[in-house]
Ligand binder design. Structure first.
Ligand code: CA
Length: 224
């Protein structure tokens, strides 16, 4: 799962992309205005940004430039119309990582997103292994010593996040920010509930300590 922000003012374009990427188990948020996009990017972290060039409020290329100038490193896929293909260099200079010219196919958006997620910077792989747990993002499958573990989508997303960041401590607030939707009503209490359920499902009964440990007063970490 990746957390993806789509910035596109035409619902006819953003909706199929949102639906398709959501179906691929990504967490997708859509905003239709450049200024609103800047606001989101100031407060929330995403794994990929799909950014239209022509936007109300603030042009996509300006959003891109502003985000990069403020230190943002998230990969950006820019959407341009055919008339603007000559502007690609401007977009690349502004910090975009890739381009897609409208009209496009949702499968191509998905492929480009996958390519951006594979970049070493984000170290996104389809198969994650920590200790004896294997998580396959493409098939939405988790096994422990070869036995399937049934997880709900949010439990899967949380485990995937921990497995991508082993031995790092995250506060409940940080987990909310990275794994839950920015508009979610979830609270740190929600995180505690999910961690508890996840431990019940993934820990071996005969083990003393959980694979997800509590760092008192700080948060949680996955012990690799
Ligand atoms: Ca537009």
């Amino acid at each position: 799962m990746a957390k993806i922000l789509i910035v596109e003012d035409e619902p006819d374009l953003s909706e199929p992309v949102r639906a398709y990427l959501t179906h691929e188990h990504h967490l997708v948020e859509v905003v239709a205005d450049g200024l609103e996009a800047m606001e989101r990017l100031r407060f929330y972290k995403y794994d990929v940004i799909i950014l239209d060039w022509m936007l109300p409020g603030m042009q996509g290329v300006e959003v891109c430039k502003g985000f990069r100038d403020s230190g943002g490193t998230t990969p950006i896929l820019m959407l341009t119309s055919r008339r603007q293909t000559n502007d690609k260099i401007i977009g690349l200079d502004a910090g975009a990582d890739d381009y897609l010219t409208k009209p496009f196919d949702v499968h191509e958006v998905s492929a480009r997103v996958r390519a951006l997620l594979r970049r070493p910077q984000t170290v996104h792989s389809n198969v994650l292994r920590v200790r004896n747990i294997i998580l396959e993002t493409s098939t939405f499958r988790v096994t422990r010593e070869g036995t399937d573990i049934q997880l709900l989508p949010k439990e899967f997303a949380l485990l995937e996040f921990f497995m991508r960041h082993p031995n790092q401590v995250f506060s409940a607030e940080a987990l909310l920010d990275r794994v839950w939707s920015s508009e979610s009503e979830a609270s740190p209490e929600t995180i505690r509930t999910y961690i508890k359920r996840l431990r019940q499902k993934i820990d071996r009964k005969d083990e003393q300590s959980s694979i997800i440990s509590t760092v008192h007063g700080v948060g949680y970490k996955l012990e690799a």
